[in-house]
Design a protein around this ligand. Structure first.
Ligand SMILES: Cc1ncc(COP(=O)(O)O)c(C=O)c1O
Length: 443
């Protein structure tokens, strides 16, 4: 039996009525990838208000790695809500906050004493990590990457790349931010992924510490070990090792932004673990709490403790209901070995993607780590010009066939797949089949 079950033309009449209300009531600047109007969701499926069931290959942009609404998480939330919905960690203490901090301290790939601060969103956690690094080093500058996405608050938007979509018209941006090329092998200006990579791109970073900013002024370097919004690009492990050595040499705090790549998505708790590199701070959000708003910075105790007393705070950050959801989600990930499942999902997906690259001229690159996988579309097999039309059409074709997708990439020319890690093999194959049909329809 297939998971996808479409009962009406799409969008159905009830969905359309709500979409009309959305247009009238909600800012037009708020983009939606598909017209789905969700009524409920479970595991890897979403059912809309007209009773149509879709397979979800977005997982809330990587937020529900444990699947939509696991019963155990819903129970934990319900029970906590009956006892204590909120207090505010500035007012007092509650045990779930402490238990979660202890758990995160033990999960991050950092030797030695670690500590945690909880907040609401990935962007807020990135800002917090920057504050910690500045307080610890007494330095102002931050190094970030082309293609980076760290959020939409002013400081994180300043760190984020991709002007036209995210930044246009919103400046002036925060000062003391220096941007260097990300090791994006398919579009590398040095080797173009043609078998000759010797990490010349690392010299771009070294040069920027001569031409743009002195390393003695740099508080932190922030990197997504697998770039997310930028197009699901894993940094070569040797590149990450070189970054670690450079940070050590100059006393720069190395921040790993694991907001999208964390919590089993790539087959490890955190994607940087593949390289063996120990960052100084890890920023997390999204799948940390199975869809409840929660984020964290965990890292070396001396850095996390560096801001002055009262320098960090948040009204809702580390809300007790979100904390118990996180504790339960992490328990499920451990118990059900979702790291291993992510690797299997990645292998199955990549086998299909590689076949599509041979079959369809517009499939340029296929890549990923674990279950964080993407297809990059180009004009033709021998023309890497980004194809920005195809992914938009593919997302539309897929929706009409009952599959939810979202794009990615500096040029918005990729389709990313972030399936819930609890998906069955049958559901995965069904969704991949629909994705292929959608690519074929657009060819
Ligand atoms: C790598 C990364 N960092 C930070 C953020 C910002 O997180 P949030 O949307 O929760 O503020 C995102 C969101 O997609 C992200 O992918």
């Amino acid at each position: 039996m297939s998971a996808i079950n479409l009962r009406t033309a799409l969008p159905g009449p009830k969905s359309q009525a709500i979409l009309d209300r959305r247009d009238a009531a909600v800012s037009k600047a708020s983009f939606r990838s598909t017209p789905v109007v969700a009524a409920k969701a479970s595991g890897a499926t979403v059912t809309d208000v007209d009773g149509n069931t879709f397979l979800d290959f977005t997982a809330g942009i990587g937020t529900v790695n444990v699947g939509h609404a696991p019963a155990e998480v819903a129970d934990a939330i319900r029970q906590q809500a009956e006892d204590l919905i909120h207090l505010c960690a500035i007012v007092g203490t509650y045990e779930p906050y402490i238990a979660l901090a202890e758990k995160l301290n033990s999960l991050v790939p950092i030797a030695g004493p670690t500590k945690t601060f909880l907040s609401n969103s990935g962007a807020e956690a990135v800002e917090t990590a920057i504050k910690m690094a500045r307080a610890y080093t007494g330095r102002p500058a931050i190094v970030t990457y082309e293609g980076a996405y760290h959020g939409r608050t002013l400081l994180t938007l300043s760190l984020t790349s991709k002007y036209a979509l995210f930044k246009k018209g919103f400046g002036p941006f925060a000062p003391e931010i220096y941007r260097v090329p990300y090791p994006y092998s398919y579009r590398c200006t040095h080797c173009r992924d043609e078998g000759s990579c010797n990490l010349t791109c690392f010299e771009d970073l070294e040069r920027s510490l001569i031409t743009q900013v002195d390393p003695s002024a740099v508080a932190a370097l922030i990197i997504e070990p697998v770039q997310g919004e930028g197009g699901f690009i894993p940094a070569p492990y040797d590149y990450l090792r070189k970054v670690r050595a450079l940070c050590d040499k100059h006393g720069i705090v190395m921040i790993a932004d694991e907001v999208q790549a964390g919590f089993c998505r790539t087959g490890r708790w955190f994607s940087i673990e593949h390289s063996g590199v120990e960052p100084d701070l890890v920023v997390m959000a999204k799948s940390i709490a199975a869809g409840m708003p929660l984020a964290a910075v965990t890292g070396k105790a001396a850095i996390v403790d560096a801001p002055h007393l009262g320098g960090l705070g948040s009204t809702y950050g580390g809300n007790p209901v979100a904390c118990v959801a996180a504790l339960k989600a992490i328990e499920i990930m451990e118990r059900d070995n979702l790291n291993q499942r992510a690797e299997q999902i990645g292998e199955i997906s990549m086998a299909h993607f590689r076949a599509w690259r041979d079959k369809y001229d517009i499939v340029g690159d296929v890549r990923g780590l674990g279950a964080m996988t993407a297809v990059e579309f180009v004009k033709g097999r021998n023309d890497r010009t980004p194809n920005t039309d195809a992914p938009l059409k593919i997302v539309g074709e897929a929706y009409n066939r009952g599959l939810l997708l979202i794009r990615a990439g500096l040029y918005s020319n990729c389709v990313r797949t972030l399936v819930p890690l609890t998906i069955s093999d049958a559901e995965l194959e069904e969704g991949l089949g629909v994705l292929e049909e959608s690519i074929a329809a657009v060819m």
